[in-house]
Design a protein around this ligand. Sequence first.
Ligand code: ADP
Length: 336
Amino acid sequence: SGYHRVLEENRKLYNEVQDLKGNIRVYCRVRPFLPGNDGNITIINPSKNGKEGHKSFTFNKVFGPSATQEEIYSDTQPLIRSVLDGFNVCIFAYGQTGSGKTYTMTGPRDITEQSQGVNYRALSDLFQLSERRKDTITYHIAVQMIEIYNEQVRDLLVSDGIRNSSQKGLNVPNASLVPVSSTSEVIELMNIGQRNRAVGATALNDRSSRSHSCLTVHVQGREVASGAVLRGCMHLVDLAGSERVLKSEVTGERMKEAQHINRSLSALGDVIAALAQKNSHVPYRNSKLTQLLQDSLTLMFVHVSPEQDAAGETISTLKFAERVSSVELGAARLNK
Ligand code: ADP
């Protein structure tokens, strides 16, 4: 069929995607020192082992402080493109607050074309590729933006005149699903989402470190020749800060938030542990976050800060990441 011709044409791409099946890929990114804070960062090549007394960690890829947004994206691209072939894809940004999660997923505060993060690049790439395939498959792309805060899902696209769409998303049934057909529309929506996220927050940074935000991209393709339909879905998740909240002195409302953040992140840990032990029961439904993981090709971007005083968190982040990379997921299915 035409659909299979397209897959054939993308054989190399597709093979790469197949390699990704069954495992959670883990990419580690070390952010540079911020201005006014200097030091050295050493990333050890896997062929030479760590010095004695040093603990070394191995991941699918490690990006040092000079890695550009473009480099980060080009290693993510095959996975992202597989959504157009009908796979579900899940990309998480994990790490302590300030380690660069938002930088990777969205970009710095004042975004330029060069500094655009994975979210923007993914969408513009999907538009370009779907345009190239349009004689064989016509695609419809729609996005949702949600925030998970205290285990409650908030729709980030509801105000500012945006109507609820009649279509419903799979995983977050009540969030508005907005059809998009160009990168500029996406940029506009992301700005709206950012503004809505800030509503009610005392300080945006504060808030974003305590909630998970998720951009979901729904793709529907119809094969021109046969009318056959395929569906793919991609979650791009900027997780709450992974720092051990318990050690900070939090009380009241803050404590509740802390427990919820921990619940989602520890539910993620439980799912990963169950998968690693190949348990027959995997507790996906224990949190909003882990429901996303089911049946997806998954990539986790693990972020670490280079500063000495972050070392404790860095070690626990890397240990968590090591556990994640040992996990085998069930092979993702094509949604045809
Ligand atoms: P998080 O989302 O993990 O809390 P941020 O993405 O907000 O962290 O990053 C914290 C600060 O570091 C921001 O000022 C951000 O612009 C900067 N930063 C993070 N990663 C990089 C990077 N790779 N290159 C340059 N600056 C970065």
